[in-house]
Design a protein around this ligand. Structure first.
Ligand SMILES: O=C([C@H](O)CO)[C@H](O)[C@H](O)COP(=O)(O)O
Length: 213
């Protein structure tokens, strides 16, 4: 079985801090994610910068698109995004638009199940419609209310949809191996890396844990 990928969520608003953090963690992670607040603040220029500075990492742009899927996602794919996210609560046509834009740019679309009520149904339909990645995601606000992504991961993994499953929501060194063993093929880490005394050391430790899982 292929090893799980690690995705680092870059959630700062500051352009230079984002690049500096990416420089520290890039050797240890597979995917550099431009988080939603960060992409709204910095825009396409940051996609272009990360793509040129980090040719060995995939770039995920966490657009969390809600409408006008193809129109919104296309310039981000054209700027170098390997993956863009679209909300699972959006219209089927919106998700289809992002999938279409991804395919037109030899890239991938991720359906984010954040705040979706019937996650199994949305994930099943999205996989059938060509989404390459399903994102099981407990957002920062839900985390603050005590929620975790683990029960949702169990539900989605049990469907055996044949697509990759990304998991985000407060993952850290104590939970990352069980998350991989439960079926995550992409594990997303934000605060546990950028909040560490040494983000590089934290990323290195997570890399070892994921590779050993
Ligand atoms: O996607 C995220 C959040 O919704 C803000 O956009 C986070 O980047 C994601 O949850 C990963 O961060 P941590 O939960 O801090 O690991």
């Amino acid at each position: 079985m292929a090893k799980a990928l690690i995705q680092m969520a870059l959630d700062s608003l500051d352009f230079d801090q984002t690049i500096a953090l990416a420089e520290q963690v890039a050797p240890y992670v597979d995917i550099l994610e431009i988080g939603t607040p960060c992409i709204k603040y910095n825009g396409l220029e940051l996609v272009t910068a990360l793509k040129s500075k980090f040719p060995n990492n995939l770039i995920l742009v966490d657009l969390k698109t809600m409408d006008a899927g193809e129109y919104e996602a296309t310039p981000f794919y054209e700027a170098g995004a390997d993956i863009c996210t679209v909300l699972g609560v959006s219209d089927k046509a919106t998700m289809g638009g992002v999938i279409k834009a991804a395919n037109a740019n030899n890239a991938e679309a991720q359906i984010d199940l954040i705040s979706v009520k019937d996650k199994k149904a949305v994930a099943t339909e999205a996989a059938r419609n060509g989404a390459q990645i399903i994102g099981v995601h407990t957002g920062l606000d839900a985390q603050a209310a005590g929620q975790t992504p683990f029960a949702d991961l169990k539900d989605i993994a049990s469907l055996n949809l044949g697509v990759r499953i990304s998991v985000a929501g407060g993952l850290n060194k104590n939970t990352i191996q069980d998350t991989v063993r439960a079926g995550a093929t992409i594990v997303v880490v934000g605060a546990a890396i950028y909040g560490a005394d040494s983000p590089a050391e934290a990323a290195k430790e997570l890399r070892a844990l994921v590779d050993a899982a």
